[in-house]
Design a protein around this ligand. Sequence first.
Ligand SMILES: Nc1ncnc2c1ncn2[C@@H]1O[C@H](COP(=O)(O)OP(=O)(O)OP(=O)(O)O)[C@@H](O)[C@H]1O
Ligand SMILES: [Mg+2]
Length: 243
Amino acid sequence: MLQIRDLHTFYGESHVLQGVSMGVEKGSVTALLGRNGVGKTTLCRSLVGLTPARAGQILFDGADITRLPPHRIHALRIGLVPQGRRIFPSLTVRENLAIALRLREPLRRDRQAESTQWDLQRVLSVFPRLGERSGNRGDELSGGEQQMLAVARALVGNPVFLVLDEPTEGLAPALVAEVGQIVRRLKAEGTSVLLVEQNAAFAITLADHAHVMSKGRIVHSSDPATLWADDDVKTQLLGVPRT
Ligand SMILES: Nc1ncnc2c1ncn2[C@@H]1O[C@H](COP(=O)(O)OP(=O)(O)OP(=O)(O)O)[C@@H](O)[C@H]1O
Ligand SMILES: [Mg+2]
């Protein structure tokens, strides 16, 4: 579904992604792990066109999307739940979702069967708490509710491929588990997921494949069990304490 080949991304002179190569298989949950500052968010931004790569290639269903602007990538039904949620604090839950609904591209008939259609009613049935809070402003929501809203906002774009950038950051354990349920549900419905996490212990319980990034490169790729059995990867690259 997604192929990234030797991707290089810069902020000004700062060379952040230094030749990233990795893939995401259709229907899978793929984890992208790594300590802070290694370039995970930068890769997410390059994927959706916010910080375009300077060299290398991103193929989505075989088409080159490396230099497409964000709205064209969104129209291909690639969704992003950004790190830090980025919801509109002064708008209500309903208004935050209405904006996403208005920006949604009409579905191409030949791709309608590919994944679930999300409308407001369906999103609110999956996140009943957002229904209860629909008249509340973004800044009146708890961290967990804000994360639900950020996911819901991405879902109304009917993504076939969803990038979640550190969805559990700052959440209490019960809410982390809830995010896990959502990821499982997305996968069951056929959505492909790139799950970016510093919380490796959480991500590997969900992932089919795992990639580890260090200093702007992918330095380990395997199935999650192999990764978790590798003490050096765990301690040096993921910061998991040696047991
Ligand atoms: N807008 C920016 N301008 C300049 N440098 C940036 C910018 N955003 C990030 N960086 C730098 O790029 C590097 C990679 O940052 P990035 O946010 O991609 O890391 P990350 O792996 O997502 O980290 P975290 O786990 O903390 O979210 C860091 O050194 C960071 O300081
Ligand atoms: Mg980040």
